[in-house]
Design a protein around this ligand. Structure first.
Ligand code: K1U
Ligand code: ZN
Length: 179
């Protein structure tokens, strides 16, 4: 089992733009397996490749209660968004411990490729719709805290920098990596 290191906000690598996937090979399958294991272990309901310092358009999501319905989205595009909005208290594995409200379209239709490079479309609502949009933001280099007020964002940034310093003092990054 491989648990990948999740980049923590405000690491600048989280702002990189992800590139389209062109090769559907064993390396891609292994990355999906490792990302799924990392997401389940965290635990979380989604993970974008950008969060594990792989800047390709790949997202894994599992919003099922039993955490046994993995969905893989490669080169995802939102092809339709509802006028209706939803306000959801979002979390992020790159900003641990922080939850705050973000407004987004309540429903979206997504077009993406699967692990064999085959296209599929999916209409999502509820947590899945929120999660798809949150993860696709990661691929554009956007972390959800960018939607909060500058005051909240700066407080979160300060808290995360302090926590990172403390983590580095007590558990240096090299030891924290459990690959
Ligand atoms: O970091 C991420 O992108 C994953 C993030 C996805 C997400 C959650 C909620 C709203 C929008 C996007 C998380 O999974 S945060 C952790 C979380 O929400 C959760 C953890 C355990 C069980 C259920 C949810
Ligand atoms: Zn996130």
């Amino acid at each position: 089992m491989t648990i990948l290191t999740i980049l923590r906000y405000p690491d600048k690598r989280l702002n990189k733009i992800a590139q389209p996937v062109k090769q559907f090979d064993a390396r891609l399958r292994q990355l999906v397996t490792d990302m799924a294991e990392t997401m389940y272990q965290a635990p979380g309901v989604g993970l974008a490749a950008s969060q594990v310092d792989e800047h390709i358009q790949l997202v894994v999501i599992d919003t099922s209660d039993a955490q046994n319905q993995l969905q893989v989205f490669i080169n995802p595009e939102i092809i339709w968004s509802s006028e209706e909005k939803t306000f959801y208290d979002e979390g992020c594995l790159s900003v641990p411990g922080i939850y705050d409200g973000v407004e987004r379209p309540a429903e979206v239709s997504v077009r993406a490729l699967d692990l064999d490079g085959q296209p599929f479309e999916l209409k999502a609502d509820g947590l899945l719709a929120v999660c798809v949009q949150h993860e696709m933001d990661h691929l554009k280099g956007i972390v959800f805290v960018e939607y909060l007020s500058p005051l909240k964002r700066n407080r979160i940034k300060t808290r995360m920098i302090k926590e990172e310093r403390e983590l580095e003092r007590t558990q240096p990054a090299a030891k924290r990596r459990r690959v």
